[in-house]
Structures are given as C-alpha cells and as structure tokens.
Design a protein around this ligand. Structure first.
Ligand code: ADP
Ligand code: MG
Length: 480
C-alpha cells in the first residue's frame, strides 16, 4: 500500500447452491447441458406461471447462517428487482432486499501479522440467477441460453472490514471452504458456482469517512481477485494524488491486460424499483426448524483444524492443509485409523507425496489413485521396517501407477529391506576390502568419508539395506 493511504474492501459473493432443481421451478440445475434444454416455463418467464420456493435453499441458507454466527431470520421476504436485460425474460430478478434470510454474521481470518481479525457479514440473501448471453458461434447476433435462469444463489455481503487484497482473498477462501464443508455449494469457480464482486475504495490514513468506491466484476479466480484489487488501489490513489476524484461505478477486470475498465455507472437500489413479490409468501421458519438444522451441522474447518492439532499432535500448517477440504480431512483420518505409525508420519505422506502427485495431474483427493487404506498399508511397511523411507517412494510411485498395493509391489519387485546383520556385514566387508585408500584416510580422521561408505553399501544392496544398521556396522568395522 502507498504510504499515507488505506484501502477499504467489501465483498459480495454469489454462491450457487447445490440443489438438484431450481429455486422456483422443478427444472434441473445440472451444468453443461445443451442450451435451453433446462429452462421450463417458469424460468422462461411465461405469463401466468407461478414460482414455488424450493425448501432446500432455505435449509442451505440456514446452515450457512448458523456457520457464521448470524441471525437466521424467522421471517424473510422475496422482492422483485426490476431491470431489462435479454437474459432476464421476466424483466425482474427475484431476490431479497429488506428482509434477507441471514443477517449479522461474522468470520475470523488471520491478518498480515498473523493475528485473528473479525470480518463482519452484513447479510446473506437468496436469489435466482439470470441466463447467459452467448456470443461464440454467432455472426452479428447473440444467442441466449436460459439454462442458468432460476439457479439458486446465496449472495453473501461483507462489511467494509477488509484492509488489503490479501485479507480479501483470505476471507474469500474461508467462505469458499465453509460452503463446501456445509455441502451447500460445490464452489466450482470455473463453472461460475462461486463468484465475487469486490467493492474497493481508498482514503488517507486516519480518515474516518469512507472514500468513494468502485465495484469490480468478473473476478473468477483467487489470483485475479488479488491482482484486480491491487490494480484498482494504485489507480485510485494515482487519480486522487493527481487532483482527480474517484467516480462511483462498476468496473470490469481484464485478466489479459491486468487492468480494470469502466463498465457502467453505479446504479442505486431505487433504480430497480424493488417491491415484495406478490407471487411468493414470506418465508417463515420456527426456532424448532433452526435447531433441527443445527443438529445436522458438520464439524467446521476451524474446529477440525484445532482437533487435528490437539488430538493428533499435527503441526499447525499441516493441520491447516489437511482440513482445507472435508474430503481430504476424511482421507487423512482413514489413513490414521489404519496405521500404527504416528499421525504426523501419515500427514507427511499425504501432504508431500500424495498431494504432490495430485497437483501434478490437477486432481482433487477424490480422484486419488491410491486409497486411504492402501496408503496406510505403505506407511505400515515403513513403520515395521520392511522398507526404508527411500524405497517407500519407489513403492508409492508404483502404487500410483496402479501396480497393486504396497505388499504386492514389495514382493514382486523384491524390495524388502535387508535387516539380517550378517548379510549386511558381508557387504560392509566387501566394500572395506575394495577401498583400502579411503579406509586409511577415514582412520586418519577424515570422518566425512562415512557418507562414501554408506553410499557404496546402499549401491551394493540396491538401496535395500536398513540404513541404521548399515551405519552402525560400518562404524564398528572401520574402527579397525
Ligand atoms: P450496493 O447496494 O450498491 O450493493 P451495499 O451497501 O450493499 O451497496 O454494499 C455492497 C458492498 O460494498 C458491501 O460489501 C460493502 O461492505 C461494500 N462497501 C460499501 N461502501 C464501501 C466503501 N466506501 N468502500 C469499500 N467497500 C464498500
Ligand atoms: Mg449489492
């Protein structure tokens, strides 16, 4: 940040809820279908049709509200937000304005100094998505695909509490993790299931009053969000320092040029002529309903991370990595259950080798070619000294290539560790006899040569001699 300035950021996140059918109709929400095959008369905005609320979205919004310590409204109201756009055949979007389903929540993130910081969540409201204009494959005209029209969204609005692009990303990642833990969204950013608009303003350090903000759109990856905000901070500070003023407007981020461009002037709520939708009853939920949902809440990421540190004794960073998704955390716990080795060793194999292999392929844990039980099998063979850590890497690769489980591979490739001391002694004798001058130098005080001898013994045994025993026997014999 430029000296003397402070940035203020508030995020609006659109999370697509993982329901099978749409928010007000029975049409499917599945992604990737042929255009306009998943839009029924309600989604197409035919006259005379009536929306019917999908109860699942209320359940999902309630879970989210509980997860962020918010008030879940006993009564919320759907409103029409009126505007014209080709992908919105009704001429209005059904959303919530004055009485949203979730209000006054919070989320803890860690700031630049690693301290806990509270970010207020103003509200989260339910709304329907619009359709899409399609330009590709059309000459001099545009197509309209209404498959996405009526897809349920939860819009999560933060207080202007974020003070850097990094904080914004940390907050966004945390919300992303939570909606996936709750199972209320797949969070897929490429498919647009998790989108974010960033409101950005700057002000001289120490000033109380907020500066004029711009709203950045088209931010579809964590990396671009950070870049777009940083670009916008520089642009606004430059502008003000040169004597200009920031105009309140909507700006589009162009990732190819790494810049933001003006898209349209900012509209106000009253431009939309919001009014309560007469076709939908207010949503009323009871305390009992909320308590029923509370009982189905899964363990959330912060609690899980703390448990992984306390119960399994994992390092903080490792606990954070392993709780990044529920699936990964479950995988880890399955490995731990099936092995006698320490949980930290299981964690090391998952974080180092398994996540490494998955990253190479661009895969998630669910795509892993090695099951938790099979990985535990490998860890067990290291733990009982059947193989060394080094040979285990080779076995891991073979498992990844689908050659079988650890025992089968160790057997088939003859990789079992040599722990028979007389066999190791024989090799050590051979190495000592073959390298008289090195032996002499070692005995004259050149301790460093130990590595040379260990290397030779390992070479002779194809890396299969037990390294601890090799060291001990070599030391004894070299003493002379
Ligand atoms: P709108 O109705 O235009 O969407 P809201 O008042 O709902 O505006 O705010 C939208 C988002 O903008 C919220 O996340 C809020 O925290 C943020 N915000 C509001 N004012 C500012 C500002 N001056 N600078 C940065 N962010 C702001
Ligand atoms: Mg808004």
């Amino acid at each position: 940040m430029r000296a003397g300035w402070e940035v203020v950021i508030g995020l609006e996140i659109h999370t697509q809820l993982a329901t099978r059918s749409k928010i007000f109709s029975g049409a499917s929400t599945a992604y990737g279908a042929e255009p306009n095959t998943q839009a029924c008369l309600v989604d197409l905005g035919y006259p005379g049709v009536l929306p019917v609320l999908n109860a699942e979205v209320v359940r999902m919004a309630t879970l989210f509200g509980l997860a962020v310590n918010a008030t879940v409204a006993r009564r919320s109201v759907f409103a029409r937000k009126n505007y014209f756009y080709p992908d919105l055949p009704k001429g209005y979007q059904i959303s919530q304005l004055e009485l949203p389903i979730v209000e006054h929540g919070e989320m803890m993130i860690s700031d630049a100094d690693g301290n806990e910081k509270r970010i207020g969540i103003t509200r989260a409201h339910l709304e329907e998505d619009a359709g899409k204009s399609v330009h590709e494959g059309f000459e001099g005209q545009s197509g309209i695909d209404l498959n996405r029209a009526g897809t349920p969204l939860l819009e999560i609005v933060s207080e202007p509490d974020l003070r850097s692009a990094k904080e914004a990303v940390a907050y966004l990642k945390k919300i992303h993790t939570i909606v996936r833990y709750l199972g209320i969204s797949d969070g897929n950013m490429q498919e647009g299931s998790f989108r974010c608009d960033a409101n950005v303003s700057v002000r001289p350090l120490g000033q109380q009053e907020l500066g004029t903000r711009t709203e950045l759109k088209n931010l579809n990856s964590f990396r671009f969000i950070e870049k777009a905000i940083n670009y916008e901070i520089e642009r606004q500070v430059d502008l003000i320092e040169d004597g200009g003023t920031v105009v309140q407007e909507t700006r589009l981020y162009d990732s190819d040029k790494d810049e933001t461009r003006s898209m349209r002037s900012k509209e106000e709520a009253n431009d939309y002529r919001y009014f309560p939708d007469p076709d939908l009853l207010p949503v009323e939920i009871s305390d009992e309903y909320i308590e029923t949902q509370r009982r189905t809440m899964p363990e959330l990421p912060d609690a899980k991370q703390a448990r992984f540190e306390n119960v399994y004794g994992l390092k903080i960073d490792d606990a954070a990595i392993l709780t990044a998704s529920r699936a990964l955390a479950d995988y880890f716990e399955e490995v731990v259950k099936a092995t006698e080795a320490s949980a930290q060793i299981a964690a090391n194999w998952i974080i180092g080798d398994l996540l490494g292999a998955l990253n190479r392929e661009g895969w998630e844990i669910d795509d892993s070619r090695i099951s938790a039980i099979d990985l535990a099998g490998l860890v067990n063979r290291i733990h009982d000294n059947s193989i060394s850590g080094k040979i285990a890497k080779q076995v891991f690769e073979a498992m990844w290539e689908g050659e079988g489980d650890a025992d089968a591979i160790i057997e088939a490739k003859g990789l079992k560790q040599i722990t028979d001391s007389s066999a190791i002694e024989a090799v050590v004798d051979k190495v000592i006899d073959a390298n008289p001058s090195q032996v002499e130098e070692y005995r004259a005080g050149k301790d460093k040569l130990m590595g040379f001898f260990v290397g030779k013994v390992m070479q002779e045994t194809g890396g299969q001699a037990n390294p601890g025993q090799v060291n001990k026997i070599l030391k004894d014999k070299l003493k002379g």
